[in-house]
Design a protein around this ligand. Structure first.
Ligand code: ADP
Ligand code: ADP
Length: 226
């Protein structure tokens, strides 16, 4: 029972400079609860794939499905984590973590309570009253993850979430994200150009060739080396 499906997906960007083929005839399935990485050189269409799954735009051709239904628009079923944390500097950590919940209609008090629980769970107890500039990059990414998880998405899309971090912090966060998503039973699709990161985090790694991304190979990662 797949959570995510791309069936013969082609996407062409069209703008005033012309047309650019980003993805061509891509087939991809991610099972419920599976952690899959998409690895490939810059420009091979990784972000395009995530954007379509997030409902930001429709593919030019083919089908993009979430729970076997066509993705037509963004929904709270899907959470997104990016390289930049996009925290609001004028909001406290706690109010940043609660923001997604507030925007989707939760009462402020309930949102803040849930955000505080998640921050504690992600190793940031008691930092809620601080502001983003007081935290390190790794800490801020934990806040971004708390904000994403607060709305209880079924699927997490992760677009190079660690690539701006120092190696040591990056390894710590990889572990934290992997363990947290596994414990919560989330389905995840991670985009990265770092093959060792993909191997460390995933059940399965899909390697794409250069633009337009075609699947070059697929690796199933045994538990013993993760
Ligand atoms: P990746 O995430 O693997 O680096 P992208 O999905 O960002 O790749 O881009 C795939 C291709 O589509 C690239 O050739 C890129 O230049 C092109 N592209 C991406 N976004 C746009 C856009 N908004 N308009 C036109 N072309 C784009
Ligand atoms: P329509 O029948 O008008 O096309 P939709 O399919 O967009 O309606 O949505 C019908 C209901 O199913 C909505 O409540 C929506 O939140 C939910 N829904 C839509 N897509 C999905 C999905 N991929 N997975 C789970 N629920 C969905």
């Amino acid at each position: 029972d797949p959570a995510l499906t791309l069936r013969q997906v082609t996407h062409v960007y069209v703008n005033d400079k012309g047309a650019s083929l980003a993805v061509e005839d891509l087939n991809l399935t991610v099972q419920r609860g599976e952690f899959v990485s998409l690895v490939g050189p810059s420009g091979c269409g990784k972000t395009t794939v995530l954007s379509m799954l997030a409902g930001l735009f429709l593919p030019t051709r083919g089908e993009v499905l979430l729970n076997n239904r066509q993705v037509k628009q963004p929904s709270t079923l899907v959470g997104y984590m990016l390289q930049q944390d996009y925290l609001f500097p004028w909001r406290t950590i706690l109010d940043n973590a609660a923001l997604g919940l507030e925007l989707t209609g939760s009462k402020t008090r309930a949102a803040v309570e849930k955000a505080a629980d998640l921050l504690a769970e992600l190793g940031l107890p008691g930092s809620g009253a601080r502001y983003p500039h007081e935290l390190s990059g790794g800490m801020r990414q934990r806040v971004a993850l708390a904000r994403t998880l607060a709305t209880e998405p079924e699927v997490l899309l992760l677009d190079e979430p660690f690539s701006a971090l120092d190696l040591h912090i990056k390894l710590q966060l990889e572990d934290l994200v992997k363990e947290t998503l596994r414990r919560l039973g989330k389905t995840a699709l991670l985009v990265t150009h770092d093959l060792s990161e993909a191997v460390a985090m995933s059940d399965r790694v899909i390697v794409l060739a250069a633009n337009p991304g075609r699947i070059r190979c697929e690796l199933t990662i045994p538990d013993s080396i993760r």
